[in-house]
Design a protein around this ligand. Structure first.
Ligand SMILES: Cc1cc2nc3c(=O)[nH]c(=O)nc-3n(C[C@H](O)[C@H](O)[C@H](O)COP(=O)(O)O)c2cc1C
Length: 362
């Protein structure tokens, strides 16, 4: 897959850990954190959402960026340590759009000036309502697109095998896809065929500026961090989205938060989005969301609902999950306190230290 031999069908899902330096550099602790997933047997390690430009893309304080050469250089040891341990290193590229909760941000942009639902997330250092974003101008569209292209080039030079463009979970590109956050009337809003246009243009621009063997994946979802209940308008809307992204040149489609679809599908035959994505595009598809039960994950692969499984919280709790499962060893169950009150690596480290002090999870 992706022109390479993968050692299994398991990927680490992107997870924001708000653990970078104040100016967005990847740290030594982050290098070890990512290395542990590779050493633990994951075939693919996808990084946390990393911001693409210095204008308005950053979502959180202590989020890493790939917006300049210094930030790119700080990622080199991370990419190298993932590759040295035999895994594919993919950087997730993220523009937060209206969901930016960076303190003191002077500009928050979105497809339209629509106040986001919900409130900022305390685990990522925010509180209170989101700011009202300003609608992106035509110049903004071009600038942000350029930001993704330059960020992908820096990621490649830093040693990553590919990038994953974040168009899921309510962030900028998902704000374009979603009907109530996109009220544009300039050809980028309206019907879903227009709402998918900008995310597809980003994929095409990154694809066109990258060598053939560089992976350019895309991540989509129905639900959002600030709206768990949003759903696409059925199979025809899903088809428009998936086909547009495939035609733009995506190397794979990563569907976030689809675990519920698999459980529902076994009882009422609802077709999971990943099954649709595979059938409609022929691309490799990564399924994600609540798939840490090895039997369920196995079923998803065996029944060809997806080509790969990505694990978020289970990987966070047990970075060597693939090795442990293969050896029939116990895994550490995820607990919310691992990412609360902060989603930082330091907070999880402190949790493990407390467990060790009590003689658990040695
Ligand atoms: C701490 C944390 C941070 C996350 N950050 C991101 C992110 O940066 N980008 C993204 O696309 N999804 C992010 N997610 C969502 C996960 O990738 C995944 O979709 C979600 O945890 C469900 O999968 P799981 O059941 O395997 O955990 C995050 C999840 C968690 C728990």
């Amino acid at each position: 897959m992706f022109g390479r031999r993968l050692r299994n069908r398991l990927a680490v899902a992107p997870m924001t850990r708000v653990s970078a330096s104040g100016d967005g550099l990847a740290t030594d602790r982050m290098k070890d954190y990512y290395r542990d997933f590779a050493r633990g047997g994951f075939a693919i390690v996808i990084t946390e959402g990393t911001y693409t430009d210095k204008d308005a893309s950053q979502g959180y304080d202590r989020q890493p960026g790939i917006a300049d050469r210094r930030q790119a250089n700080s990622w080199k040891p991370v990419a190298n340590s993932i590759a040295d341990h035999g895994s594919l290193a993919i950087m997730q590229l993220m523009h937060a759009g209206a969901l930016s909760q960076r303190q003191g941000a002077d500009r928050v942009v979105a497809p339209s000036a629509v106040p986001p639902l919900g409130e900022m997330m305390p685990a990522y250092g925010g509180s209170g309502p989101y700011r009202l974003p300003s609608a992106m101008t035509t110049t903004d569209l071009a600038q942000v697109r350029k930001g993704f292209v330059a960020a992908a080039r820096r990621a490649r030079r830093a040693g990553f095998h590919g990038v994953e463009i974040h168009a899921a979970n309510g962030y900028l590109l998902d704000q374009f896809i979603t009907d109530y956050t996109n009220r544009r009337d300039d050809g980028y809003g309206g019907a879903v065929s227009a709402r998918i246009r900008y995310p597809a243009e980003i994929v095409a621009a990154v694809r066109d500026s990258s060598p053939d063997d560089f992976v350019v994946g895309i991540r989509v979802s129905e639900a959002k961090v600030n709206d768990f209940n949003y759903r696409w308008g059925g199979k025809s809307e899903a088809e428009t989205i998936f086909v547009a992204l495939a035609e733009a040149g995506a190397s794979y489609i990563h569907v976030a938060g689809e675990g519920r679809g698999f459980r529902e599908s076994s009882t009422d035959n609802r077709e999971p989005l990943t099954t649709m994505a595979r059938g409609m595009t022929g691309l490799p598809v990564i399924a994600n969301g609540g798939l840490h039960d090895p039997d369920l994950a196995d079923d998803v692969i065996r029944n060809e609902h997806a080509d790969l499984i990505s694990l978020g919280r289970a990987a966070l709790a047990t970075p060597n999950w693939p090795r442990r499962i293969a050896n029939g060893e116990r895994v550490v169950p995820f607990e919310n306190v691992m990412i609360s009150p902060s989603a930082s690596i330091q907070n999880t480290d402190a949790w493990f230290a407390r467990q060790l002090a009590h003689g658990m999870h040695a």
